[in-house]
Each structure stands twice: as C-alpha cells, then as structure tokens.
Design a protein. Structure first.
Length: 110
C-alpha cells in the first residue's frame, strides 16, 4: 500500500470491497447520457459514475452482487456484463483476499 496521501485528493468507495481510495486509484464505470455503460479510464466522461479498484475480484463481486446496477441505477444488459467482465479479466490484477491463497494461485495462472 502506498503511504499517506494528500487529503485534498477526492476519494471514492470501491463498489466491490468498499475500501475508500483516491479517485486515481479507482476505475470509473459510467452510465453515459445515452444510457450505455462504459469503462471510463480518463474519469472525465459525463454521466453517472461508479468506482472500482484494480482488484479483479472486486469487479466480479460487483457484477455478482449487482453493485453496478445499484450505483448506476440501471439494468445491465448481458452485453454490458460481458463487457465489464472481459475488461476486468484483461486489465485488472488477480489480487484476492489473503485468506484464499488457492483461488489466488488459480487466477494467477490464467
Ligand atoms: Zn475493491
């Protein structure tokens, strides 16, 4: 974990693990003004945003627990879910809670 950060950094809660992190440490998933769901790496897209940290597990948990739906106030289509899951598998680390070393090894092999 990085050391202390400036208090002026805006902070958001990861919808997977509920950790509060600075916006720079989180990925933004946006419901665009035309009702689509997109990943917003710049953090600057207009629309309602939700935030997820870089743990792949958080993305999958958030999908499984419908946290994106809750945060974005939208129903995710099958395509949206597949897109988010694919993004997580491609871009997120396979970091898992330390009490589950087997699953972590499993994920690291992929
Ligand atoms: Zn998280």
């Amino acid at each position: 974990m990085p050391a202390k950060r400036s208090r002026r950094q805006p902070q958001r809660t990861c919808i997977g693990c509920r950790r509060v992190l600075t916006k720079r440490e989180l990925y933004r998933v946006v419901r665009t003004t035309d009702g689509r769901v997109v990943i917003d790496p710049t953090g600057k897209m207009p629309g309602r945003g939700s935030y997820v940290c870089d743990s792949r597990q958080c993305w999958l948990d958030a999908l499984a627990r419908k946290q994106f739906e809750r945060a974005l106030k939208i129903e995710l289509s099958a395509e949206d879910r597949a897109m988010i899951e694919a993004y997580a598998m491609e871009h997120m680390t396979a970091e898992l809670p330390p009490d589950d070393p087997d699953a972590a090894r499993e994920a690291a092999r992929e």
